[in-house]
Design a protein around this ligand. Structure first.
Ligand code: TYD
Ligand code: MG
Length: 462
């Protein structure tokens, strides 16, 4: 039998990270097209695996389960609550966390601030920059008040040099900015290629696991197909945190897409200022611009971003259209969802918007994808068209079907409680199918079964 070559190729899907032994146009795992990229992997020499296992088994110590400490892991808390909460209480020593987001969204800024906070609290931090020069990072550090003791900088694009620096200093936190800018000399292929990105993440995960350093890895979300997307990294890291927001707006949302040490439901709200990212303490109020008494065209929903309810104002403007086809423009919400709601209003509530321009805006720069926002959008449109404000003290949450039925929002009590905290009195939502039976609705919860019924209770009488 011929000896196995020391190096072989696999084909790695850039979308889902699945490996295939041969190339094909479509990923056999996730069915994405043209996402397989050849990646060279080193194969250990015959016998090496067995030897490795034998020595590893000797090194691994077996502990009776009763003697294993179950204490909640120590957390590196930054004191930036919006960030600590999303992380599940802080960063965990010996873990690797991927911080992902669009280029320019503020990942480097966030991690530099996090690094400075930890360093100030006596936890040494190493910041590895492969993307910007040390001088550029220093410039940013001056802006965000991060020129502090205990924060070391290394500018390198070489993975081995980065690992060497981490191992020799054993910091509490090592920021690696970014996974796409580092590469291993042992592996072919340019920095940012699927093979390199996986190698960088794998090796850094090993470094984190071997010691008590937490590795915070920055990864750009990139147009699929150009370089490895963070999706291919998700299973290599302990947590994936996304920083999102509109490039031009100042609001930034921090979310966990995966978190081995906490829930993935939490949302952190931050604002990009001239001196870095600052916390938005009472986020719910932040997304609320509503005037009291309410004006026509405005409706408030309580969105459930994870476990955290957020009061969000939806603004609609309906105005007679000029010549040509009417305009439909939205900010912060999918325009096709609004088109569907316009059709539902026409068909099931007798509100015809064909001769009108329609503008819908989500206040505060937030983006809403939750179908439970349907009722607030439909109500804002109806309110603007009829020039009748929403009844004072009312918030709305519920998904509308094409048939005009109103579905109940998930966790209505949670949403109602947040509405109450902000001074609202009632939440209008869909009626559960088995309603009318034993469980009485809590005070303040008003239900309707369809869009027409909902509008009858939400809009002010004229
Ligand atoms: P950056 O952290 O470099 O983004 P990323 O690492 O995700 O690519 O942030 C880039 C943007 O943030 C840039 O457009 C400038 C802006 N910014 C501020 O508004 N205020 C600040 O204090 C800093 C440091 C950056
Ligand atoms: Mg950056």
């Amino acid at each position: 039998m011929a000896a196995m070559p020391a190096v072989r190729s696999v084909y790695v899907c850039q979308q889902c990270g699945a490996e295939s032994p041969k190339w094909s146009g479509q990923c056999p795992s996730c069915a994405a097209w043209n996402t397989l990229v050849e990646t060279v992997v080193a194969r250990p020499a015959p016998g090496a695996r067995a030897r490795e296992r034998a020595s590893a088994a000797a090194a691994a110590s077996i502990e009776p389960i009763g003697q294993v400490s179950s204490a909640e892991a120590i957390r590196l808390t930054s004191g930036i609550n919006e960030v600590d909460r999303v992380l599940g209480g802080g960063l965990v020593p010996g873990s690797i966390v991927l911080f992902s987001g669009d280029p320019g969204i503020g990942k480097s800024t966030l991690l530099l601030q996090l690094a400075a906070r930890l360093a100030t609290a006596g936890m040494p931090v190493l910041y590895v920059t492969g993307e910007e020069s040390a001088a550029q990072v220093r410039g940013r550090a001056e802006r965000v008040d991060a020129v502090v003791e205990g924060l070391g900088l290394v500018a390198t694009t070489d993975l081995a040099a980065a690992i060497g620096a981490i191992e020799s200093t054993a910091p509490a936190l090592a920021v690696v900015d970014s996974v796409q800018s580092l590469s291993s000399a042992e592996l072919g292929g340019p920095a940012g290629s699927v093979g390199q990105v996986r190698e960088v993440a794998t090796r850094l995960a090993e470094v984190a696991k071997a010691g008590s350093t937490c590795v915070a890895l920055v990864g750009h979300v990139t147009k699929e197909g150009t370089v490895a997307g963070p999706r291919t990294l998700e299973h290599l890291v302990d947590a994936v945190i996304y920083l999102e927001g509109e490039r031009l707006g100042a609001t930034r949302l921090l979310r966990a897409a995966k978190n081995r040490f906490g829930s993935t439901d939490e949302v952190g709200v931050l604002e990009m200022r001239g001196d870095g990212l600052v916390e938005v303490p009472d986020a719910s109020r932040f997304f609320l611009e509503s005037e009291q008494p309410p004006v026509a065209g405005s409706a408030v929903t309580i969105a459930l971003e994870g476990t955290r309810p957020l009061a969000v104002e939806i603004q609609a403007l309906v105005a007679p259209a000029g010549v040509g086809s009417p305009r439909r423009a939205t900010t912060g919400i999918d325009v096709s969802r609004v088109l569907m709601l316009i059709a539902v209003l026409a068909r099931h509530a007798g509100l015809n918007l064909t001769g009108h321009d329609v503008y819908v805006n989500v206040a505060g720069g937030l983006r809403i994808d939750e179908p439970a926002a349907d009722l607030a959008v439909a109500t804002a449109l109806a309110s603007s068209l009829r020039e009748r404000p929403v009844r004072a003290g009312t918030v709305l949450a519920g998904e509308l079907s094409l048939a005009g039925r109103l579905r109940p929002a998930t966790r209505p009590e949670r949403r109602l409680a947040e509405a109450r905290r902000l001074g609202f009195e009632r939440l209008v939502t869909g009626r559960a199918r088995d309603d009318g039976a034993a469980v009485p609705a809590p005070a303040g919860l008003v239900t309707a079964s369809d869009v027409r019924g909902a509008l009858a209770v939400t809009l002010e009488e004229r």
